[in-house]
Design a protein around this ligand. Structure first.
Ligand SMILES: [Zn+2]
Length: 70
């Protein structure tokens, strides 16, 4: 079972990335512009602040460890 079944369940943030298991590309969840992975399975429409995922089985949430400022 995939961790998510609907894009409304998927969190986003500066330290969260989305990994596509199909093409192996990771994209930031909070991009400056429209961005998508190479195969098009994961796409973020910045204008509408909308995430689109075709196959949730090949979608993975990646949380970077929080960086502490020195
Ligand atoms: Zn992909």
């Amino acid at each position: 079972m995939p961790a998510f079944t609907d894009t409304s369940q998927v969190p986003r943030g500066n330290e969260i990335s989305y990994h596509c298991g199909k093409c192996g590309v990771s994209i930031p969840s909070n991009p400056r512009g429209n961005i998508g992975c190479d195969c098009g399975n994961v796409f973020i429409d910045r204008d509408y602040h909308r995430l689109e995922v075709e196959d949730f089985e090949l979608f993975e949430l990646v949380e970077a460890p929080s960086k502490k400022s020195p």
